[in-house]
Design a protein around this ligand. Structure first.
Ligand code: NAD
Length: 254
């Protein structure tokens, strides 16, 4: 096998939602695979960028960016391209979850989840792809969907989240086809229950129920998603676009 098959050396990867959780951990693995890192998060991630730069000897920068604001996203893409010299990959990962009965969900609550999880993913993918196309560059995108885009989780009610993630899976396929001729591959990962700030604060009885229902009998870790993201961004997956890779300890197949 070619030794540089999975290498991200001399590449620059944008990671949205990289201030904590999956984005933060996966950023460090991408850096370990050689990539410079640009974090877009609505919260300040400059400490995370500093740590990554120190630990892996790559360049790392953080931009405060609200993915639901297309103007803010375009400005950040432009600034990052200027500062880093180039942009190659996007791990489009920022997202939020809301546990609310559908019958009690207000229009504002519904729109908020769709705005971050679907509109935000689209705005960043669009601005990033426009940058690649106007600079005649190839590049790859990995969107973070969820197993909730394929199944309906219980006991919690989260119709807005489930609908938004299902849409991310189909958006991924749609962009993959539209952008194939431009040399841009677009795939998604669909994590199962992963231990992060997002899931760690959920009531213990639900977490116990989830663990009991997962054939692996445990939640996954953000580290266990990193290999899939590296694979889908790297040349190792050069004939792969439009797929959704479910990583869930067998949860969705039983
Ligand atoms: P998290 O809450 O720990 O981190 C999410 C990050 O996204 C935070 O840093 C937050 O500041 C950022 N963010 C939120 N809204 C934003 C916005 N408008 N603009 C920019 N940044 C914003 O969550 P996580 O568990 O790391 O989840 C990351 C992604 O993985 C999400 O898309 C989530 O839906 C998905 N996911 C998580 C799990 C899980 O079990 N943790 C399972 C499946 C999918």
């Amino acid at each position: 096998m070619k030794s540089n098959f999975f290498s991200l050396k001399n590449k620059v990867t944008i990671v949205t939602g990289g201030a904590q959780g999956i984005g933060k951990v996966v950023s460090s693995f991408l850096a370990d695979a050689g990539s410079d890192i640009v974090i877009f998060d609505m919260n300040d991630a400059s400490n995370v960028a500093c740590e990554i730069s120190k630990d892996f000897g790559v360049r790392a920068k953080a931009y405060q960016c609200d993915v639901t604001n297309p103007d803010n996203v375009s400005q950040c893409i432009e600034s990052a391209a200027q500062e880093m010299g180039t942009l190659d990959f996007l791990f489009n990962n920022a997202g939020i979850c809301q546990h609310k009965d559908a019958m009690l969900c207000t229009p504002h609550e519904w729109k908020k989840v769709i705005d971050v999880n679907l509109n935000g993913v689209f705005f960043v993918a669009q601005a990033f792809s426009r940058y690649l196309i106007s600079n005649k560059k190839n590049g790859n995108i990995v969107n973070t969907a969820s197993m909730s885009g394929t199944i309906v989780n219980t006991p919690q009610c989260q119709a807005s989240y489930n609908a938004s993630k299902s849409a991310v899976v189909h958006l991924t396929k749609s962009l993959a086809v539209e952008l194939a001729s431009k040399g841009i591959r677009v795939n998604s990962i669909s994590p199962g229950y992963i231990k992060t700030e997002m899931t760690g604060t959920v009531r213990q009885s639900w977490q116990d129920f989830w663990v009991e229902s997962i054939p692996f009998k445990r939640m996954g870790t953000p580290e266990e998603l990193a290999g899939a993201v590296i694979y889908l961004l790297s040349d190792a997956s050069s004939y792969t676009s439009g797929i959704d890779l479910i990583i869930d300890g067998c949860f969705t197949i039983v």
